[in-house]
Design a protein around this ligand. Structure first.
Ligand code: GMT
Length: 373
């Protein structure tokens, strides 16, 4: 199969999934053309049949806002003509699904050739951005015009049905590379993250409002009253200054470590707990990566997280918005050594159920089904 994969290159779940699936499909012999405006952060394999095409962006002075979607559609048309691309797979609907549809229409009108369209809905394209009035009508149209739609959780399928009148969506969960994300008893980073008598509580994200960083800090401050602990934040984003400000207000600034952009594995391997208090996380790839390292996750009964974290077994879920509950139950867990040890094992076991091979099988079969029809 010859496939073009469109994704965002920036730190975030959709780019990570797109890069991982692209590389694994290429390893299986498919010709994969990744299309983005920069190199996706996890696209690090060199394979002769895996190509990256960056989209050149028009900068004519007349354009106050460069028309990226048009440049992207144009690039896709070129790829179909030059490489015989048979399927365009958009990761994140906006604007990728629209550009893919435009390209397919142009190719069909000019050469009568049919290019199949697939789109993986990831989260905020459905729950937030796609629902904005300025995007909704076109996003709904483009999603409905795809030949295949996938989403990482049943929860996101239901949200799409509710807000975009589209329910023909296959659930294909996120996967985690359990060799790369694995417990490391040596914990080489532990010493540098926090004093030896502290517990290490971690949150990894792009610090957008949807991540509720204030509730990460709130939960940590509750826990901190019961034990010595350090809150380690990995990543960058608009709400990161809020975290620092609130930590200062709550008197825990000295126990906050901001690591910026880092590969998360060594931090997770040195962590005791992972906090993810989003209200509308479609899946929670960051949580799955923590679990693969043997780190129990604390979050809410909200979004797709309960499809990943089993409450009381591989993590703990609180009612939505109750960060005091998160902090209290986190402290209770850490103070109960036996239960905590069982939960570490269960977190890793749960993550093993999201191994890459079956997930890539599901993508491969679904995409091949489009080419064969
Ligand atoms: O930042 C991104 O790349 C996309 C982001 C989003 O805003 O939709 O992440 C989503 O996609 C991931 C991979 O499928 C999921 O694991 C995340 O839960 C999801 N994020 C949200 O739904 C907030």
């Amino acid at each position: 199969m010859r496939i073009a994969v469109i994704c965002y290159p920036t730190y975030g779940g959709s780019g990570a999934v797109a890069a991982d699936v692209s590389q694994r499909l290429a390893e299986r012999g498919h010709e994969v053309h990744v299309v983005s405006y920069d190199r996706p952060f996890r696209l690090d394999r060199q394979l002769p049949n895996l190509m990256l095409h960056t989209v050149e962006i028009g900068d004519y002075p007349l354009f106050r806002y460069p028309p990226y979607t048009l440049n992207l559609a144009n690039k896709l048309i070129e790829l179909v003509h030059e490489h015989g691309v048979e399927v365009i797979h958009s990761h994140y609907a906006i604007p990728h699904a629209v550009a893919a549809w435009q390209a397919a229409e142009v190719v069909r009108a000019e050469s009568g050739r049919r290019v199949a369209l697939a789109c993986t809905l990831h989260g905020t394209d459905i729950t937030l951005v796609g629902r904005e009035r300025g995007f909704h009508a076109l996003t709904r149209f483009a999603i409905q015009r795809q030949d295949l739609r996938t989403a990482p959780s049943q929860w996101l399928v239901d949200e799409t049905a509710k807000h975009f009148s589209e329910s023909r969506i296959q659930v294909i969960p996120n996967a985690v590379d359990t060799d790369r994300f694995r417990p490391d008893p040596a914990m080489p980073w532990r010493r540098n993250l926090a004093p030896a008598d502290h517990r290490v509580i971690t949150h990894v994200s792009n610090f957008r409002p949807v991540k509720r960083v204030e509730e990460v800090v709130g939960a940590f401050a509750t826990l901190r009253k019961r034990m010595k602990a350090t809150l380690v934040l990995v990543g960058e984003g608009p709400d990161l200054p809020k975290a620092e400000e609130l930590a200062r207000e709550l008197g825990v600034r000295d126990d906050l470590r901001l690591l910026g952009l880092q590969a998360p594995e060594p931090v997770l391997q040195a962590s005791d707990l992972f906090l993810l208090p989003s209200r509308s996380e479609s899946f929670g790839l960051a949580a799955l990566e923590a679990m693969a390292c043997g780190v129990p996750v604390l979050g809410y009964h909200a979004g797709g997280l309960p499809e990943v974290v089993e409450d009381g077994i591989s993590g703990v879920l609180c009612p939505e918005g109750h960060d005091v509950c998160l902090g209290t139950l986190a402290a209770n867990l850490l103070l109960d050594g036996d239960r905590y040890a069982r939960m570490r094992t269960a977190a890793r076991d749960r993550a093993l159920q999201f191994a890459p091979e079956p997930v890539v099988d599901a993508y491969e079969q679904a995409l091949l089904g489009l080419v064969r029809t």
